[in-house]
Ligand binder design. Structure first.
Ligand code: FES
Ligand code: FE
Length: 423
């Protein structure tokens, strides 16, 4: 057996050794020091998806969220601005807010009664003579995620004071969010029907890599495809015309549009026909004219946005790491503005596929957890990511694409990961 652990004395170039074009090292998923480094260099630096503006629609609404290991409160201030507060009291560090969601212009710490505005400023503290009077603690307040920005209502936070803008971070992936929103006759999506939270004993990267792994569906989900007669499996077969695309910035997609275009049937992507959703079809035609038909044929995106936002056609996932071998996957159903005929079915399909007894996510999660148990074994040391390397090509927009079942998305993920870890 060859050496397993990189020597501590040679951290320089460590990721260059651990991440190679056709293989990645098992310790990337198991080494606590690498996880700590990921928090510093990825999760507390780049843009991380946190939630959606539709979760705090009214002034003073708030909802508890996660940004990696950090407990944050997403608030909407009286002026409509969305903030991400770090849920920690400036006095002695208590968790200030315990409610999952609510409406309040302020938060009061239960320990000694310090009170904060929902933008984070310290409003007051009891028995103020002990501090020399009122307003003596300038500069103290709840922590704030320094940069908060949203795109089509998707709220992202960056713990770095400066760096690339959200738009720069999203790059080509922004167009995939636009595609989703473009399926709403009103041009809006909401993520306000609640999130399922699945605690998963797996490193977060197994999830991020799997989201556009078109090699696994026929095997992991073969039983459910067979029982339901689902056409999804064929989209990820060797004969599929769908492509896997590395969108740059670690983002990737399974682009199923070539398959849907070949059928040219509106709403096939949703498993239905126009006559079963007539109001939606009419509203789309009203909103988009001749382009409505193309939108309804091509359907919704299947895109993984680095590091933690996965749009799976009708569901959105928010992946947050907990520890090196543990993460939480939050899942919710997309709701399209003006898409009432689709929205209820999006909820019931989401419960059926990614709910507690759901038939898709349970199978994926079994793979994630078994993958984690597997990589804790020391030999062989590497995970192979070479599938399709010899048949990749460049599309008209300059992106690397592979076949539906190729590991092109994973290689794009690792390329960006390495650039951040070595920055
Ligand atoms: Fe919050 Fe004392 S710890 S008021
Ligand atoms: Fe899967």
């Amino acid at each position: 057996m060859t050496s397993v652990l990189p020597s501590e004395s040679s951290l320089d170039g460590r990721f260059d050794r651990l991440i190679q074009p056709d293989k990645v090292h098992g310790t990337l998923y198991t080494d606590p020091s690498i996880f700590a480094e990921e928090l510093r260099r990825i999760w507390f630096r780049t843009w991380v998806f946190v939630g959606h503006e539709s979760e705090v629609p009214q002034p003073n609404d708030y909802v508890r969220k996660k940004l990696a290991t950090q407990d944050v409160i997403m608030t909407r201030a009286a002026d409509g601005q969305v903030h991400l507060l770090i849920n920690r009291c400036a006095h002695r560090g208590l968790q200030v807010c315990d409610d999952a969601q609510g409406n309040s212009s302020s938060f009061r710490c239960p320990y000694h009664g310090w009170t904060y505005r929902n933008t984070g400023e310290l409003l007051g503290y009891p028995y103020n003579k002990g501090y020399g009077g009122k307003n003596q603690l300038a500069g103290l307040g709840m922590g704030r995620v320094p940069r908060v920005a949203s795109y089509q209502g998707f709220v992202f936070g960056s713990m770095a004071e400066d760096g690339p803008s959200l738009i720069e971070h999203l790059g080509a992936a922004a167009g995939e969010i636009d595609r989703l929103v473009g399926l709403s006759p009103e041009g809006t999506v909401s993520l306000d029907v609640g999130w399922l939270a699945h605690r998963t004993r797996s490193n977060w990267k197994f999830l991020a890599e799997n989201e556009t792994d078109g090699y696994h569906p026929q095997f992991v989900h073969g039983s459910i495809f067979g029982v339901t007669g689902s056409p999804i499996g064929a989209l990820y077969s060797d004969a599929s015309t769908a492509v896997t695309r590395a969108l740059g910035g670690g983002h990737s997609e399974n682009d199923l549009r070539p398959e849907f275009r070949s059928f040219a049937e509106p709403m096939r992507w949703f498993g239905t026909t126009p006559d079963r959703v007539p109001k939606y079809v009419a509203a789309m035609e009203q909103a988009y004219g001749e382009d409505a038909s193309r939108r309804m044929i091509e359907g919704a995106p299947h895109v993984m946005i680095f590091p933690n936002l996965f749009i799976a056609e009708i569901q959105v996932f928010n992946i947050q790491p907990v520890a090196v071998g543990e993460c939480t996957q939050y899942a919710t159903a997309v709701q399209l503005g003006g898409g009432e005929e689709l929205n209820r079915r999006m909820i019931s399909q989401s419960i059926g596929s990614v709910g507690p007894a759901g038939m898709l996510l349970a199978d994926d999660t079994e793979m994630y957890e078994r993958n984690q148990r597997g990589v804790e074994m020391l030999d062989p040391e590497w995970l192979d990511v070479r599938r399709g390397l010899g048949r990749e090509r460049t599309d008209d927009a300059g992106f690397t694409i592979g076949a539906a079942t190729d590991e092109t998305g994973m290689r794009g993920f690792w390329k960006h990961y390495k650039s951040l870890m070595e920055a």
